[in-house]
Design a protein around this ligand. Structure first.
Ligand code: PLP
Length: 461
């Protein structure tokens, strides 16, 4: 088959056989699909050999670039031994070694690793562990069986994760499936629910949270939170000290802090984990996306010895955690996750990231002069640019305008792949992206915003 025929055939088969996630398929079937054939560093190549910068890190998972020699090697080496064996009733060297490494790099106090396959299942595991913990701890408090979470939260697409999530567009249809929760306003400073400004507000948005905890702590098992950045909500960054205060409140009212580090973990925010910025140790921590450097589906829920101990007992006490997935602790996934952590060490990924984070801040700041930029939010290599119809009134674009989508279409023509969140443009480059490539990304972003919003203004600075 010639490459051209091959490509046409694959495009036809795609439209006939695949149902793509988060995609209006009626529209998809009319368009020419982008089919990625290979990747190298921060670049993806389609079947014609056209090159694109991977501005989403392949939806927030890739860290050290595509086709990284050490990661490739780790998978090949593990394949020489075995691809997969279960952790139910047996163990495997990569799963053992990885658990030890994870405890080494995780916030101090986390002591046990429970494997699963993706971010959503890591959250489900955390929720179930929390519920069972309160039933089985030395002085049980079984009335603690509800979860507190922030509005606009996103913790995955399975039903438990959807229950503790709150993104209208994704979740409202499934309301009848979900369990009841308690919600609080997020620290969305650009559109502050209390109409205050940081820092003079002194984080007054924490007061209603404290009130909830004070009155309802006996029914609350845990507080589920995306530390520092509510990612899918549009990269909503919390003010410094916010997470620390949440930790203190959870301690005071005996509520487990469940940190969803699925998006923020593994260097994304500039530290290994977002919790590290505020020296916070959660009681449970979910990790996935960056865990394998973007190579394999793997996830884990980490917890403390205290939570773990509540599950110990004679068999017939049935304190066992009855949960596990077919591919739990997959050997190829664990092997490449180990190599991922090793790359952090060998290549000094975090140290080398710091100046690039500053450069990204400067580059993004240069966009501020564009008339339709409302807010620019950034934590490490996670950035969200909120577009608005009117900057003074902060009038949002309606969802139907698909403003982010239009900008992404334009950027793709110019060689940059983006996946916006409604009217928020998202830039999440691989951590290995060079300064030159970052500049190229922001340059294309700027041009695309200008083209779509139809207003070109001279660059200041
Ligand atoms: C992506 C994400 C999830 C869900 O992870 P999946 O692997 O897609 O199931 C959960 N929480 C956060 C914060 C995420 O960004």
């Amino acid at each position: 088959m010639t490459p051209r025929r091959d490509k046409k055939l694959l495009a036809d088969w795609d439209r006939r056989f695949i149902w793509h996630p988060f995609t209006q398929m009626q529209e998809w079937e009319r368009e020419e699909p982008l089919i990625v054939g290979r990747g190298k560093g921060p670049y993806l190549f389609d079947l014609d050999g056209r090159r694109y910068l991977d501005g989403t890190s392949s939806i927030w998972v890739n860290l050290h670039g595509h086709g990284h020699a050490a990661l490739d090697r780790a998978i090949k080496k593990q394949l020489g031994a075995i691809a997969h064996s279960t952790l139910l009733g047996q163990s495997s060297p990569p799963a053992i070694r990885l658990a030890r490494e994870l405890i080494r790099i995780a916030p101090k106090g986390l002591a046990r690793v429970f494997y699963s396959d993706n971010g959503s299942t890591a959250i489900e595991v955390a929720l179930k562990m929390a519920i069972q913990y309160w039933q089985q701890r030395p002085s049980p408090l079984p009335s603690k069986r509800r979860f507190l979470h922030l509005k606009l939260a996103y913790h995955g697409d399975t039903v438990g994760a959807v229950s503790v999530g709150n993104i209208e567009l994704f979740h409202s249809r499934f309301h009848s499936l979900t369990f009841p929760t308690v919600e609080a306003d997020p620290p969305y400073c650009y559109r502050c629910p209390l109409k205050l400004r940081f820092p003079s507000c002194e984080m007054a948005c924490l007061d209603p949270i404290e009130t909830i905890l004070k009155h309802r702590h006996l029914e609350l098992a845990g507080f589920v939170i995306e530390p520092l950045v509510q990612a899918a909500a549009g990269m909503i960054t919390s003010p410094p000290g916010y997470l620390r205060r949440i930790r203190e409140l959870c301690d005071r009212y005996k509520v487990l802090l469940i940190a969803d580090e699925v998006a923020t973990g593994f260097g994304r925010t500039g530290r290994m984990f977002a919790c590290d910025h505020e020296r916070v140790t959660p009681d449970l921590m979910a990790i996935s996306k960056g865990l394998t450097g973007g190579y394999m589906p793997l996830a884990a829920t980490l917890t403390t010895e205290e939570v773990y101990n509540a599950f110990l007992g004679r068999y017939e006490e049935f304190k066992t955690f009855f949960h596990g997935h077919s591919y739990t602790g997959n050997a190829l996934g664990c092997a490449v996750a180990l190599a991922n952590i090793e790359v952090f060490r060998k290549e000094k990924t975090l140290a080398r990231l710091q100046p690039k984070v500053k450069s990204l801040t400067r580059l993004l700041r240069s966009l501020q002069t564009l008339p339709h930029i409302g807010d620019i939010r950034q934590r490490g290599f996670m950035a969200g640019i909120e577009l608005v119809q009117n900057r003074d009134s902060r009038l949002a674009y309606p969802l139907e305008a698909r403003i982010g989508h239009l900008v992404a279409q334009e950027a793709r023509k110019q060689g940059l792949l983006l996946r916006p969140l409604g009217h928020v443009l998202v830039l999440i480059p691989p951590l290995s992206t060079s300064l030159r490539e970052l500049k190229e990304m922001v340059h294309i972003l700027r041009g695309s915003i200008e083209t779509v919003t139809g207003k070109t203004v001279p660059m200041r600075r």
